[in-house]
Design a protein around this ligand. Structure first.
Ligand code: AKB
Length: 315
């Protein structure tokens, strides 16, 4: 099988784990990692790495041609909280990087694209419970507007030019291997670190803020599985709803207290509260389950155990 994969944004939260997972499937030298900054040691040492700016079309094209790339996973993006601080930068990065890979595919230089969307495509007027695949979408954040626009462009390139682009709407992602950067759901990673380090966490969201979340292993499996699905099974070409669990800060605290009984949380909501309040609480992901067999494996208590077991050594 002549498959060669380029990951753009391989130093980030998802990119790091995705690179290692794909290298495990396709072989180290078939998966080229790239980012504007060097990646984690395991990524740098296990296979090819290129310094690459997701906004530089010519540079991406050079890497695509020299490594004979077939599939691109575009993981570079500015997340919700940072994007509110730098709206124009976020728009430029999130949109131009997408156009770069869509246009490479349109010109026949690559075969397939994965591009991540997010629950941020939904907004305050969207039904909050069991948010359907197709529903009102009026995102109120810069990040959400860029993801919603991106979805429309993915569908357009697929319908007009036959571009094979696949996408899922990630919920908050939680991993012990990599830290997120600049998102609204980041608290759900930080809380485990602070529980082990200080026995205490000051949360930037209030106790009742329920959000959709997922353990990273499930998210990586979903990402690779939607890319492996037969083209005719990928019926949705904007982005699939994807769900695993939903919880609020109070519930994750209770889950941690099963292992660390004297762990304490305090609440000091900041500007991220408004972002979180605009997003769904639970997601209906029937379409992903039916079209390409999506199934999540990890729930909150199992995730808490995995997180604490694996982070214990660090503190
Ligand atoms: C964020 O919080 O910005 C991201 C997301 C839900 O897309 N984790």
């Amino acid at each position: 099988m002549k498959k060669r994969i380029l990951i753009i944004g391989a130093s980030g939260q998802i990119g790091t784990e995705l690179t290692m997972y794909l290298r495990g499937i396709y072989g180290n030298h078939k998966v080229i990692a790239s980012d504007i900054a060097e990646a984690a040691d395991e990524v740098m040492k296990s296979g090819p790495f290129e310094i690459l700016d997701a906004m530089d079309y010519d540079a991406i094209q050079d890497v695509v041609i020299s490594y004979e790339i077939t599939d691109v996973y575009l993981m570079a993006a500015m997340l919700s909280a940072t994007a509110e601080k730098f709206p124009m930068k976020a728009w430029d990065l999130n949109m131009n990087s997408l156009f770069n890979v869509l246009n490479l595919a349109k010109e026949g230089k690559i075969d397939k694209i994965f591009w991540p969307s997010s629950i941020a495509v939904f907004g305050p007027t969207t039904p909050k419970q069991d948010t359907p695949q197709q529903t009102i979408m009026e995102p109120s954040t810069v990040y959400g507007i860029s993801k919603q626009t991106g979805e429309r462009w993915c569908e357009y390139y697929h319908n007009k030019y036959g571009v094979d682009v696949r996408s899922i709407r990630y919920p908050g992602l939680i991993s012990y291997k990599t830290q997120p950067g600049g998102g609204t759901t980041d608290y759900a990673v930080d809380i485990y670190h602070k529980a082990l380090k200080h026995n205490k966490y000051i949360c930037f969201l209030n106790e009742e803020t329920t959000l959709p979340m997922m353990f990273m292993d499930d998210a990586i499996r979903a990402t690779v599985n939607v890319m492996l699905a037969a083209p005719e099974d990928v019926k949705i070409r904007n982005a699939y709803n994807l769900a695993a669990m939903s919880f609020n800060p109070q519930e994750i605290t209770a889950s941690i207290q099963k292992h660390i009984p004297d762990f304490k949380i305090e609440y000091n909501p900041d500007f991220r509260q408004e972002i979180a309040d605009s997003w769904p609480q639970t997601i209906d992901d029937k379409a992903a389950r039916k079209d390409w067999g999506w199934e999540h494996k990890v729930d909150l208590d199992e995730m808490t155990k995995i997180m604490l077991d694996n982070l214990k050594g660090e503190y």
